[in-house]
Ligand binder design. Structure first.
Ligand code: CAA
Length: 396
């Protein structure tokens, strides 16, 4: 049953960098059997962000795509979700606000809680939209997933951005009010202010991800009185696809069903993992990339179907909620544009990947003009000067 006042996702934009590392190259360089990555993690490629792109430029590219479908003047709030922000004080979204020419009467704020904060933004936006039916909110999730070279986290890096326009009477997905959520103070993954790479207790983080899918589902299903069968599909936060498969099997088990076969898993959650498998983890954006992947890659007609969502952010906060796909959702997708973006990417050798990884920005205020030879979207980090990042938009 759909709720009367519908609020949710009206438009969606996705940007992935032009470069990727094939995990075959990583396996060979690190002396690991490639099946560990392909089968053990379910991961094939990971996006690599070039020196002149960051969470701001990726967010601007994704935001521009989402805004094709709406009047910019209607955006009165920009929520920027990230855990790889470029500044400790200024919200990354303010750079994006200028690059996208958003109205000055538009609030901008950055949200942080590991991979969960885009879901926090979504849930905080919904009551605001119910009170302001003529306004729209731009929620952008943008991240660079970065672990140490030669560490076990290295194969689960990636990067990208997903922008969502949230509104009344949304054209893609109406979010339902019931939600299960859980917070616990744990150290499974974190990044102290003085570090560029996350620190992770990998196995523990996976245990928590799986434990909280159970806790949040139990709460959500008790509040909504829905079972597994009331949902046509499920989308999960995607650190690596294999963990999502494990979470889905947990859900199946909790609902008293037998373990799914490989073929059943592929049918039920395969389409939602298609983009994540070749982009890698993009932290805050990963769950919403999974939604986009499902909408664009499933053969089924999803109109009026319910999707269950599991959001997890280390540290940790997790949430289970649901939404109903809307009548016109197909008109709001860009499957061919995304295919072109992803298929025209350039694979890097291990040396090129490590050179991108090691690229160091000045930390003493020195000026640096960043080479414009990289292939990127419409926005780039062109220079650094006196500790300031200078972003430029390329001509349309
Ligand atoms: N063929 C097939 N499978 C193989 C294999 C081979 N040759 N070699 C190993 N495998 C399998 C292993 O059996 C294992 O499978 P199971 O998990 O089913 O037992 C799988 O490959 C992975 O092997 P390991 O456990 O040895 O891998 P690892 O030590 O490299 O750790 C990881 C994997 C924990 C995901 C690590 O990549 C990591 O720490 N990543 C970053 C943290 C992360 O993504 N955590 C996820 C939850 S936290 C979260 O969700 C927030 C977030 O986004 C970070």
């Amino acid at each position: 049953m759909e709720t009367k006042t519908k609020v949710g996702i009206d438009a969606i934009g996705f940007y992935a960098p032009h470069y990727y590392l094939d995990l075959k190259n990583l396996a060979e360089a690190r002396g690991v059997d490639v099946n560990k990555f392909h089968i053990g993690l379910g991961q094939e490629k990971m996006a690599v962000v070039p020196p002149d792109e960051d969470v701001v430029t990726m967010a601007a590219d994704a935001g521009e795509k989402a805004l094709r479908y709406v009047e910019k003047e209607d955006i009165h709030l920009l929520l920027f979700a990230t855990e790889s922000a470029v500044d400790q004080s200024k919200a990354s979204g303010i750079f994006v606000h200028r690059l996208l020419n958003l109205p000055s009467r538009c609030r901008v704020v950055e949200l942080k809680q590991a991979c969960y904060s885009a879901t926090a933004g979504l849930q905080m936006a919904l009551p605001l939209l119910r009170e302001n039916p003529n306004k729209k909110i731009l929620l952008i999730a943008s991240d660079v997933a970065r672990y140490g070279l030669n560490t076990s986290g290295e194969s689960s890096q990636g990067g990208g951005a997903v922008a969502l326009v949230l509104s009344h009477n949304p054209r893609i997905l109406a979010i339902e009010p019931e939600s299960g959520f859980h917070t616990e103070d744990v150290m499974d993954f974190w990044r102290p202010n003085y570090r560029e790479e996350a620190i992770v207790d990998g196995k523990y983080s996976c245990e928590l991800y799986l434990k909280l899918v159970q806790k949040t589902w139990e709460q959500y299903s008790a509040l909504s009185a829905r079972t597994y069968f009331d949902h046509a599909h499920f989308c999960y936060h995607v650190p690596v696809p294999k963990l999502v498969e494990k979470a889905h099997q947990c859900l199946v088990k909790m609902n008293g069903l037998p373990k799914l076969t490989r073929a059943e898993l592929d049918t039920q959650i395969g389409p939602s993992l298609q983009y994540g498998r070749i982009v890698g983890n993009c932290y805050t954006a990963a769950l919403y990339l999974s939604l986009l992947s499902l909408l664009e890659n499933t053969d089924s007609d999803l109109r009026h179907k319910r999707i269950g969502f599991y959001s997890y952010g280390s540290g940790c906060v997790a949430e289970f909620f649901s939404g109903i796909v809307q009548e016109d959702y197909q008109k709001m997708l860009d499957k061919s544009g995304h295919a072109i973006m992803l298929e025209s990417r350039q694979g890097l050798s291990i040396e090129e990947y490590e050179a991108f990884y090691r690229f160091a920005y000045p930390v003493n205020g020195e000026a640096l003009v960043i080479s414009s030879n990289y292939h990127n979207g419409r926005y780039r980090l062109a220079e650094m000067d006196a500790h300031k990042r200078i972003y430029k938009a390329l001509p349309e």
